[in-house]
Write a protein that binds this ligand. Structure first.
Ligand code: ZN
Length: 426
Protein backbone atom coordinates (compact mmCIF):
# COMPACT_ATOMS: atom_id res chain seq x y z
CA UNK A 1 0.00 0.00 0.00
CA UNK A 2 1.07 3.56 -0.62
CA UNK A 3 -0.26 6.94 0.37
CA UNK A 4 -1.54 9.31 -2.24
CA UNK A 5 -3.22 12.70 -2.15
CA UNK A 6 -6.35 12.77 -4.29
CA UNK A 7 -9.21 15.16 -4.94
CA UNK A 8 -12.62 14.38 -3.48
CA UNK A 9 -15.82 16.36 -3.73
CA UNK A 10 -18.17 16.07 -0.75
CA UNK A 11 -21.79 17.16 -1.00
CA UNK A 12 -23.16 18.67 2.20
CA UNK A 13 -26.59 19.99 3.09
CA UNK A 14 -27.27 23.46 4.44
CA UNK A 15 -29.03 23.42 7.82
CA UNK A 16 -30.02 27.09 7.93
CA UNK A 17 -31.49 26.99 4.40
CA UNK A 18 -34.20 29.57 5.19
CA UNK A 19 -31.76 32.17 6.49
CA UNK A 20 -29.36 31.94 3.55
CA UNK A 21 -31.47 31.03 0.52
CA UNK A 22 -32.30 34.62 -0.47
CA UNK A 23 -28.65 35.60 -0.41
CA UNK A 24 -27.61 32.49 -2.32
CA UNK A 25 -30.40 33.12 -4.83
CA UNK A 26 -29.09 36.59 -5.56
CA UNK A 27 -25.55 35.23 -6.10
CA UNK A 28 -26.91 32.48 -8.34
CA UNK A 29 -28.91 34.93 -10.46
CA UNK A 30 -25.89 37.21 -10.62
CA UNK A 31 -23.68 34.39 -11.89
CA UNK A 32 -26.20 33.79 -14.70
CA UNK A 33 -26.23 37.48 -15.59
CA UNK A 34 -22.44 37.62 -15.70
CA UNK A 35 -22.42 34.49 -17.86
CA UNK A 36 -24.82 36.24 -20.26
CA UNK A 37 -22.68 39.38 -20.36
CA UNK A 38 -19.69 37.19 -21.21
CA UNK A 39 -21.68 35.22 -23.77
CA UNK A 40 -22.90 38.43 -25.44
CA UNK A 41 -19.35 39.82 -25.47
CA UNK A 42 -18.09 36.65 -27.18
CA UNK A 43 -20.70 37.08 -29.95
CA UNK A 44 -19.77 40.72 -30.42
CA UNK A 45 -16.05 39.94 -30.71
CA UNK A 46 -16.83 37.01 -32.99
CA UNK A 47 -18.89 39.23 -35.32
CA UNK A 48 -16.15 41.86 -35.42
CA UNK A 49 -13.00 39.81 -35.83
CA UNK A 50 -14.02 36.15 -36.24
CA UNK A 51 -12.42 35.13 -32.99
CA UNK A 52 -13.74 33.94 -29.64
CA UNK A 53 -11.78 35.41 -26.73
CA UNK A 54 -9.95 33.12 -24.30
CA UNK A 55 -10.81 33.06 -20.63
CA UNK A 56 -8.05 35.48 -19.51
CA UNK A 57 -8.87 37.92 -22.33
CA UNK A 58 -12.53 37.85 -21.40
CA UNK A 59 -11.69 38.44 -17.73
CA UNK A 60 -9.38 41.35 -18.52
CA UNK A 61 -12.06 42.84 -20.74
CA UNK A 62 -14.97 42.47 -18.29
CA UNK A 63 -13.14 43.26 -15.07
CA UNK A 64 -14.48 46.80 -15.06
CA UNK A 65 -18.03 45.71 -15.92
CA UNK A 66 -20.63 46.48 -13.30
CA UNK A 67 -21.73 42.84 -13.03
CA UNK A 68 -18.21 41.63 -12.29
CA UNK A 69 -18.26 43.13 -8.78
CA UNK A 70 -21.57 41.51 -7.90
CA UNK A 71 -19.62 38.38 -6.95
CA UNK A 72 -16.29 37.84 -5.24
CA UNK A 73 -13.64 38.40 -7.93
CA UNK A 74 -12.56 34.74 -7.84
CA UNK A 75 -16.19 33.66 -8.25
CA UNK A 76 -16.65 36.00 -11.22
CA UNK A 77 -13.45 34.71 -12.77
CA UNK A 78 -14.71 31.15 -12.46
CA UNK A 79 -17.97 32.00 -14.29
CA UNK A 80 -16.00 33.35 -17.26
CA UNK A 81 -13.67 30.36 -17.14
CA UNK A 82 -16.68 28.03 -17.36
CA UNK A 83 -17.89 29.97 -20.37
CA UNK A 84 -14.50 29.62 -22.09
CA UNK A 85 -14.48 25.89 -21.26
CA UNK A 86 -17.96 25.52 -22.75
CA UNK A 87 -16.73 27.14 -25.96
CA UNK A 88 -13.70 24.86 -26.05
CA UNK A 89 -15.92 21.82 -25.53
CA UNK A 90 -18.02 22.95 -28.46
CA UNK A 91 -14.94 23.47 -30.71
CA UNK A 92 -13.79 19.99 -29.80
CA UNK A 93 -17.08 18.44 -30.87
CA UNK A 94 -17.09 20.46 -34.10
CA UNK A 95 -13.55 19.39 -34.90
CA UNK A 96 -14.58 15.79 -34.42
CA UNK A 97 -17.25 16.23 -37.04
CA UNK A 98 -20.26 16.71 -34.77
CA UNK A 99 -22.13 19.30 -36.81
CA UNK A 100 -25.16 19.17 -34.49
CA UNK A 101 -23.23 20.47 -31.49
CA UNK A 102 -24.48 23.84 -30.30
CA UNK A 103 -22.32 26.64 -28.90
CA UNK A 104 -22.95 27.57 -25.26
CA UNK A 105 -26.22 29.45 -24.91
CA UNK A 106 -27.56 32.22 -22.73
CA UNK A 107 -28.78 31.45 -19.21
CA UNK A 108 -32.22 32.90 -19.41
CA UNK A 109 -35.77 31.57 -19.48
CA UNK A 110 -37.92 34.46 -20.65
CA UNK A 111 -37.24 37.18 -18.13
CA UNK A 112 -36.04 34.71 -15.53
CA UNK A 113 -32.43 33.88 -14.81
CA UNK A 114 -31.64 30.38 -13.56
CA UNK A 115 -29.63 29.96 -10.37
CA UNK A 116 -26.12 29.19 -11.61
CA UNK A 117 -23.54 27.39 -9.53
CA UNK A 118 -21.32 29.84 -7.65
CA UNK A 119 -17.73 28.82 -6.90
CA UNK A 120 -15.74 30.20 -3.98
CA UNK A 121 -11.98 29.77 -4.07
CA UNK A 122 -9.44 30.19 -1.26
CA UNK A 123 -9.93 33.92 -0.68
CA UNK A 124 -13.69 33.68 -1.04
CA UNK A 125 -14.62 31.38 1.84
CA UNK A 126 -13.70 30.73 5.43
CA UNK A 127 -14.34 27.31 6.91
CA UNK A 128 -14.96 26.59 10.56
CA UNK A 129 -14.94 22.81 10.99
CA UNK A 130 -15.41 23.04 14.74
CA UNK A 131 -18.87 24.56 14.45
CA UNK A 132 -19.65 23.22 10.94
CA UNK A 133 -19.98 26.68 9.46
CA UNK A 134 -18.66 28.25 6.31
CA UNK A 135 -18.58 31.95 5.38
CA UNK A 136 -19.08 32.66 1.70
CA UNK A 137 -18.02 36.06 0.36
CA UNK A 138 -20.35 38.28 -1.62
CA UNK A 139 -19.15 40.67 -4.26
CA UNK A 140 -18.47 44.25 -3.28
CA UNK A 141 -21.67 45.44 -4.99
CA UNK A 142 -23.85 43.25 -2.78
CA UNK A 143 -22.06 44.04 0.46
CA UNK A 144 -24.17 47.08 1.23
CA UNK A 145 -26.71 44.90 3.00
CA UNK A 146 -26.47 43.89 6.62
CA UNK A 147 -23.53 41.60 6.10
CA UNK A 148 -20.73 41.15 3.57
CA UNK A 149 -20.80 37.38 3.72
CA UNK A 150 -23.25 34.48 3.90
CA UNK A 151 -22.89 32.22 6.91
CA UNK A 152 -24.00 28.67 6.10
CA UNK A 153 -24.38 25.99 8.72
CA UNK A 154 -23.70 22.69 7.05
CA UNK A 155 -24.10 19.02 7.74
CA UNK A 156 -21.84 16.39 6.19
CA UNK A 157 -22.53 12.71 5.65
CA UNK A 158 -21.60 10.70 8.77
CA UNK A 159 -18.53 9.18 7.07
CA UNK A 160 -17.09 12.56 6.03
CA UNK A 161 -15.01 14.58 8.46
CA UNK A 162 -13.86 17.87 6.95
CA UNK A 163 -11.46 18.52 9.83
CA UNK A 164 -9.28 15.60 8.73
CA UNK A 165 -8.83 16.55 5.07
CA UNK A 166 -5.51 18.00 3.87
CA UNK A 167 -7.22 21.15 2.68
CA UNK A 168 -10.46 22.41 1.16
CA UNK A 169 -9.69 23.99 -2.19
CA UNK A 170 -13.03 25.38 -3.14
CA UNK A 171 -16.65 25.50 -2.13
CA UNK A 172 -19.45 25.48 -4.68
CA UNK A 173 -23.01 26.54 -3.97
CA UNK A 174 -25.26 24.42 -6.17
CA UNK A 175 -29.01 24.78 -6.71
CA UNK A 176 -30.59 21.31 -6.86
CA UNK A 177 -33.96 22.48 -8.16
CA UNK A 178 -35.44 22.49 -4.66
CA UNK A 179 -32.78 23.96 -2.44
CA UNK A 180 -29.15 24.98 -2.20
CA UNK A 181 -26.42 22.54 -1.28
CA UNK A 182 -22.67 22.94 -0.92
CA UNK A 183 -19.91 20.95 -2.61
CA UNK A 184 -16.55 20.96 -0.89
CA UNK A 185 -13.64 20.15 -3.20
CA UNK A 186 -10.95 18.72 -0.93
CA UNK A 187 -7.47 17.27 -1.08
CA UNK A 188 -7.52 14.01 0.84
CA UNK A 189 -4.78 11.54 1.63
CA UNK A 190 -5.80 7.95 0.96
CA UNK A 191 -4.20 4.52 1.01
CA UNK A 192 -3.90 3.14 -2.50
CA UNK A 193 -2.66 -0.11 -3.97
CA UNK A 194 0.61 -0.17 -5.88
CA UNK A 195 0.02 0.33 -9.59
CA UNK A 196 -0.70 -3.05 -11.17
CA UNK A 197 1.71 -2.42 -14.05
CA UNK A 198 3.01 0.09 -16.53
CA UNK A 199 0.83 -0.60 -19.54
CA UNK A 200 -1.59 1.89 -21.02
CA UNK A 201 -5.14 1.63 -22.28
CA UNK A 202 -7.18 4.15 -24.27
CA UNK A 203 -10.87 4.68 -23.53
CA UNK A 204 -13.19 6.30 -26.04
CA UNK A 205 -16.62 7.23 -24.68
CA UNK A 206 -19.43 7.59 -27.17
CA UNK A 207 -23.03 7.07 -28.01
CA UNK A 208 -22.77 3.95 -30.16
CA UNK A 209 -20.59 2.06 -27.78
CA UNK A 210 -20.64 3.67 -24.40
CA UNK A 211 -16.97 2.73 -24.03
CA UNK A 212 -14.35 1.31 -26.41
CA UNK A 213 -11.02 0.17 -24.92
CA UNK A 214 -7.74 -0.26 -26.79
CA UNK A 215 -4.98 -2.01 -24.84
CA UNK A 216 -1.29 -1.58 -25.50
CA UNK A 217 -0.80 -5.19 -26.55
CA UNK A 218 -3.36 -4.77 -29.29
CA UNK A 219 -6.56 -6.33 -28.06
CA UNK A 220 -9.68 -4.26 -27.67
CA UNK A 221 -13.06 -4.32 -25.99
CA UNK A 222 -16.46 -2.77 -26.63
CA UNK A 223 -19.20 -1.94 -24.16
CA UNK A 224 -22.38 -1.27 -26.14
CA UNK A 225 -25.36 0.51 -24.71
CA UNK A 226 -27.77 -2.39 -25.13
CA UNK A 227 -28.90 -2.45 -21.55
CA UNK A 228 -29.44 1.30 -21.21
CA UNK A 229 -31.34 1.35 -24.48
CA UNK A 230 -33.67 -1.40 -23.32
CA UNK A 231 -34.14 0.40 -20.04
CA UNK A 232 -34.92 3.68 -21.71
CA UNK A 233 -37.42 2.04 -24.00
CA UNK A 234 -39.08 0.26 -21.11
CA UNK A 235 -39.30 3.35 -18.91
CA UNK A 236 -40.41 5.79 -21.60
CA UNK A 237 -43.20 3.39 -22.54
CA UNK A 238 -44.39 3.12 -18.94
CA UNK A 239 -43.99 6.82 -18.21
CA UNK A 240 -46.07 7.64 -21.28
CA UNK A 241 -48.81 5.37 -19.97
CA UNK A 242 -48.88 7.06 -16.57
CA UNK A 243 -52.15 8.51 -15.46
CA UNK A 244 -51.92 12.29 -15.80
CA UNK A 245 -53.63 12.74 -12.42
CA UNK A 246 -50.95 10.71 -10.67
CA UNK A 247 -47.72 12.60 -11.23
CA UNK A 248 -46.04 10.70 -8.39
CA UNK A 249 -46.12 7.58 -10.50
CA UNK A 250 -44.08 9.21 -13.28
CA UNK A 251 -41.69 10.68 -10.73
CA UNK A 252 -41.15 7.25 -9.20
CA UNK A 253 -40.46 5.72 -12.60
CA UNK A 254 -38.00 8.50 -13.43
CA UNK A 255 -36.21 7.97 -10.13
CA UNK A 256 -36.03 4.24 -10.77
CA UNK A 257 -34.64 4.83 -14.25
CA UNK A 258 -31.96 7.14 -12.95
CA UNK A 259 -31.05 4.75 -10.12
CA UNK A 260 -30.58 1.96 -12.67
CA UNK A 261 -28.39 4.19 -14.79
CA UNK A 262 -26.24 5.06 -11.78
CA UNK A 263 -25.92 1.38 -11.01
CA UNK A 264 -24.87 0.69 -14.61
CA UNK A 265 -22.15 3.37 -14.46
CA UNK A 266 -20.84 2.08 -11.13
CA UNK A 267 -20.74 -1.50 -12.39
CA UNK A 268 -19.09 -0.57 -15.68
CA UNK A 269 -16.40 1.62 -14.12
CA UNK A 270 -15.66 -1.11 -11.58
CA UNK A 271 -15.48 -3.73 -14.32
CA UNK A 272 -13.11 -1.62 -16.46
CA UNK A 273 -10.81 -1.01 -13.52
CA UNK A 274 -10.78 -4.74 -12.74
CA UNK A 275 -9.89 -5.49 -16.35
CA UNK A 276 -7.05 -2.93 -16.12
CA UNK A 277 -5.72 -4.60 -12.98
CA UNK A 278 -5.79 -7.97 -14.78
CA UNK A 279 -3.99 -6.50 -17.79
CA UNK A 280 -1.27 -4.75 -15.77
CA UNK A 281 -2.42 -1.28 -16.77
CA UNK A 282 -0.89 1.68 -14.91
CA UNK A 283 -2.38 4.51 -16.95
CA UNK A 284 -5.84 4.95 -18.43
CA UNK A 285 -6.14 7.63 -21.13
CA UNK A 286 -9.66 8.91 -21.55
CA UNK A 287 -11.03 11.57 -23.89
CA UNK A 288 -11.66 14.87 -22.14
CA UNK A 289 -15.28 15.90 -22.51
CA UNK A 290 -15.35 18.69 -19.95
CA UNK A 291 -16.82 22.01 -20.88
CA UNK A 292 -19.92 20.71 -22.55
CA UNK A 293 -21.61 20.02 -19.26
CA UNK A 294 -21.96 23.62 -18.15
CA UNK A 295 -24.10 24.43 -21.08
CA UNK A 296 -26.50 21.57 -20.62
CA UNK A 297 -27.15 22.26 -17.00
CA UNK A 298 -28.89 25.32 -18.20
CA UNK A 299 -31.29 23.73 -20.63
CA UNK A 300 -29.58 24.78 -23.81
CA UNK A 301 -28.26 22.03 -26.06
CA UNK A 302 -30.37 19.28 -24.53
CA UNK A 303 -30.17 17.18 -27.62
CA UNK A 304 -26.49 16.52 -27.56
CA UNK A 305 -25.99 12.81 -27.70
CA UNK A 306 -29.57 12.05 -28.53
CA UNK A 307 -29.50 8.65 -30.08
CA UNK A 308 -32.67 6.82 -30.95
CA UNK A 309 -34.68 6.50 -27.79
CA UNK A 310 -31.73 7.21 -25.61
CA UNK A 311 -31.35 10.64 -24.08
CA UNK A 312 -27.79 10.44 -22.88
CA UNK A 313 -26.48 13.84 -21.94
CA UNK A 314 -22.83 14.62 -21.84
CA UNK A 315 -22.97 14.99 -18.08
CA UNK A 316 -23.46 11.23 -18.07
CA UNK A 317 -19.98 10.88 -19.59
CA UNK A 318 -18.56 13.33 -17.07
CA UNK A 319 -20.14 11.42 -14.26
CA UNK A 320 -18.82 8.15 -15.61
CA UNK A 321 -15.31 9.62 -15.94
CA UNK A 322 -15.46 10.76 -12.30
CA UNK A 323 -16.42 7.26 -11.18
CA UNK A 324 -13.66 5.75 -13.30
CA UNK A 325 -11.06 8.12 -11.82
CA UNK A 326 -12.28 7.39 -8.30
CA UNK A 327 -12.15 3.61 -8.68
CA UNK A 328 -8.86 3.62 -10.62
CA UNK A 329 -7.13 5.74 -7.97
CA UNK A 330 -7.88 3.15 -5.31
CA UNK A 331 -5.97 0.60 -7.41
CA UNK A 332 -3.03 2.93 -7.96
CA UNK A 333 -3.99 3.45 -11.62
CA UNK A 334 -3.63 6.95 -13.01
CA UNK A 335 -6.32 8.39 -15.28
CA UNK A 336 -5.21 11.02 -17.77
CA UNK A 337 -7.82 13.09 -19.56
CA UNK A 338 -6.54 13.92 -23.03
CA UNK A 339 -7.92 16.09 -25.81
CA UNK A 340 -10.11 14.23 -28.27
CA UNK A 341 -8.86 16.37 -31.12
CA UNK A 342 -8.50 14.35 -34.32
CA UNK A 343 -8.88 11.04 -32.48
CA UNK A 344 -11.80 9.97 -34.64
CA UNK A 345 -10.36 11.26 -37.92
CA UNK A 346 -6.84 9.80 -37.78
CA UNK A 347 -5.75 6.29 -38.65
CA UNK A 348 -4.23 4.81 -35.50
CA UNK A 349 -1.81 2.69 -37.57
CA UNK A 350 -0.30 5.17 -40.04
CA UNK A 351 -1.50 8.48 -38.62
CA UNK A 352 -3.17 9.53 -41.86
CA UNK A 353 -5.75 12.18 -41.14
CA UNK A 354 -8.89 12.50 -43.12
CA UNK A 355 -11.11 15.50 -43.49
CA UNK A 356 -14.15 13.60 -44.51
CA UNK A 357 -15.49 11.11 -42.06
CA UNK A 358 -14.72 7.73 -43.55
CA UNK A 359 -16.67 5.69 -41.10
CA UNK A 360 -18.90 3.09 -42.69
CA UNK A 361 -21.08 0.77 -40.66
CA UNK A 362 -18.95 1.46 -37.61
CA UNK A 363 -15.68 0.69 -39.40
CA UNK A 364 -12.78 3.04 -39.97
CA UNK A 365 -11.17 2.33 -43.34
CA UNK A 366 -7.72 3.74 -44.17
CA UNK A 367 -6.89 4.06 -47.86
CA UNK A 368 -3.19 4.53 -47.19
CA UNK A 369 -2.28 1.49 -45.10
CA UNK A 370 -5.45 -0.56 -45.65
CA UNK A 371 -6.24 -0.75 -41.98
CA UNK A 372 -9.83 -1.67 -41.25
CA UNK A 373 -10.71 -0.97 -37.67
CA UNK A 374 -13.78 -0.67 -35.54
CA UNK A 375 -14.23 3.11 -35.56
CA UNK A 376 -14.57 3.45 -31.79
CA UNK A 377 -11.56 1.20 -31.17
CA UNK A 378 -9.55 3.28 -33.64
CA UNK A 379 -10.53 6.36 -31.61
CA UNK A 380 -9.60 4.65 -28.34
CA UNK A 381 -6.21 3.62 -29.77
CA UNK A 382 -5.55 7.24 -30.85
CA UNK A 383 -6.45 8.38 -27.34
CA UNK A 384 -4.09 5.76 -25.88
CA UNK A 385 -1.26 6.92 -28.14
CA UNK A 386 -1.56 10.43 -26.67
CA UNK A 387 -0.12 9.14 -23.39
CA UNK A 388 2.06 6.40 -24.86
CA UNK A 389 3.17 7.09 -28.43
CA UNK A 390 4.17 3.51 -29.18
CA UNK A 391 2.01 1.66 -31.64
CA UNK A 392 -0.08 -1.13 -30.27
CA UNK A 393 1.30 -4.42 -31.46
CA UNK A 394 0.09 -7.94 -31.72
CA UNK A 395 3.45 -9.55 -32.30
CA UNK A 396 4.31 -7.58 -35.41
CA UNK A 397 1.46 -8.79 -37.56
CA UNK A 398 -0.93 -5.91 -38.00
CA UNK A 399 -2.65 -7.32 -41.05
CA UNK A 400 -5.10 -9.64 -39.37
CA UNK A 401 -7.54 -6.91 -38.51
CA UNK A 402 -7.37 -7.13 -34.71
CA UNK A 403 -8.63 -3.61 -34.46
CA UNK A 404 -11.73 -4.69 -36.32
CA UNK A 405 -12.42 -7.61 -33.99
CA UNK A 406 -12.89 -6.30 -30.51
CA UNK A 407 -14.29 -8.45 -27.73
CA UNK A 408 -17.78 -7.27 -26.83
CA UNK A 409 -18.91 -7.21 -23.22
CA UNK A 410 -22.57 -6.91 -22.29
CA UNK A 411 -24.31 -6.14 -19.05
CA UNK A 412 -25.89 -9.37 -17.83
CA UNK A 413 -29.11 -8.55 -16.03
CA UNK A 414 -29.17 -11.95 -14.33
CA UNK A 415 -25.81 -11.58 -12.66
CA UNK A 416 -25.68 -7.78 -12.56
CA UNK A 417 -22.17 -7.86 -14.02
CA UNK A 418 -20.47 -7.47 -17.38
CA UNK A 419 -19.54 -10.61 -19.29
CA UNK A 420 -18.37 -11.45 -22.83
CA UNK A 421 -21.28 -11.31 -25.27
CA UNK A 422 -21.48 -15.06 -25.90
CA UNK A 423 -21.92 -15.76 -22.18
CA UNK A 424 -24.85 -13.38 -21.81
CA UNK A 425 -28.29 -14.76 -22.46
CA UNK A 426 -30.88 -12.13 -23.10
ZN1 ZN B 1 -3.60 4.03 -42.07
Amino acid sequence: MAKQVVTRTYTVSIKNQQQVSDDLDSLGFTASKLWNVGRWTCSRVWDEIDYIPEHDELTAYLKSHERYDDLHSQSSQRVLQELAEAFNGWYGKRRNGDTKANPPGYRKHGDEHPRSTVTFKAAGFKLDTQYNRVRLSKGSNLKEYWSDFILCEYQTRPDVDLSTVENVQQVRAVWTGNEWELHFVCKVEIEVAEAPGEKTVGVDLGINNFAALAYEDGHSELYPLNCLKQDDYYFSKHIARCDASDSDQATRLNQKKSARRTHYFHTLSKHIVERCVDEGVGTIAVGDLSGIREDEENDESKNWGKHGNLDLHSWAFDRFTDLLIYKAEMEGIEVEEVSEEDTSKSCSCCDRKRDANRVERGLYVCDKCDTVANADVNGAENIRQKVSPSLASDGGDRSNGWLAQPLTYLFDKETGAFAPQEQVTS
